[in-house]
Design a protein around this ligand. Structure first.
Ligand code: SF4
Ligand code: SF4
Length: 272
């Protein structure tokens, strides 16, 4: 996906539903946007219908009827590099009583940002000023950023169950419509696999296997090749499960497998 397509997807996910809305949000020419829209439609990542443009990778927003009101969580919790704003530090351009003092010339990221609560995906328990949690969608992820005043809030209810639900939806979607559920809390990062929390997920990816309807066994890959081998072994575990009804899952010490996987798995499972 090229940069123009990425910008268009972000604009649509942030609430732009018309050509004018996408032009305003991206600053791209009509021609570039039209090309990106066509390519996204071909890849089934976007639909154009009577209601305008809609990204298909993540849940569709109900009608956006909310306003930020007293909230300034995204101007505080999130990083905005273009105004030198680090995470968890109120932006220098935000002023009590005024709000953003550079509103007319605020950077593109601020213009296009809409959190999931404002979009109507979440109920009022999630109002960011109250919950300390800012949720926003990117093309292939639900991003959850937690205020460092309440770093474990996301583990509490009703938040955790909702995040698990989203995570399971993202895992069950197939092909390029799947998405990850990522939590950033202070310096800690987590990937959610249903109710299973993966700390410090690596850039190479996480291989996982369902244990129950909402829990998973996972292996964090140390390289592309490692991820590939983990996936190959998971496929073999699933074949053995189908064939014999069960397969013992290798423990932590054996997290860097090499082929052939089948003999070791059969031996471990006593299927000889
Ligand atoms: S976090 Fe959401 S509700 Fe709060 S100011 Fe930002 S967009 Fe508005
Ligand atoms: S520039 Fe304005 S909108 Fe952007 S983070 Fe700062 S105060 Fe918020």
């Amino acid at each position: 996906m090229d940069q123009a397509m990425l910008s268009v997807v972000r604009a649509v996910e942030a609430g732009a539903t018309t050509m004018k809305g996408v032009i305003d949000a991206t600053g791209l020419s009509r021609l570039k946007i039209e090309r990106a829209l066509n390519a996204l439609e071909k890849q089934k990542l976007l639909v154009r219908d009577g209601q305008g443009f809609r990204a298909t990778g993540l849940p569709k927003a109900p009608r956006p009827t909310r306003e930020c009101g007293s909230c300034n969580a995204c101007c505080d919790i999130l990083e905005v590099a273009s105004v030198d704003k680090p995470v968890h530090q109120l932006c220098k351009h935000w002023q009590a009583g005024t709000g953003c003092t550079i509103y007319e010339r605020r950077p593109q990221m601020c213009r296009s940002f809409v959190c999931a609560w404002l979009q109507g995906h979440l109920d009022d328990d999630w109002f960011p000023a109250k919950s300390g949690i800012v949720v926003h969608f990117s093309q292939d992820a639900v991003n959850v950023t937690v205020d460092d005043d309440c770093p474990d809030r996301w583990r509490e209810e009703p938040y955790f169950s909702k995040l698990c639900e989203w995570s399971l939806n993202g895992i069950r979607r197939i092909g390029n419509r799947g998405y990850a559920t990522l939590v950033v809390s202070g310096v800690d990062r987590f990937l959610l696999l249903g109710r299973t929390i993966v700390p410090d997920p690596t850039l190479f990816g996480t291989a996982f296997l369902p244990l129950t309807a909402d829990t998973f066994r996972f292996w964090r890959a140390k390289s592309q090749d490692h991820l590939h081998r983990l996936h190959e072994r998971i496929a073999e575990i699933e074949r053995i499960r189908q064939e014999f009804g069960s397969c013992t899952i290798p423990d932590d010490d054996d997290d860097d497998p090499y082929p052939p996987y089948r003999p070791a798995l059969l031996h471990l499972s006593n299927h000889t």
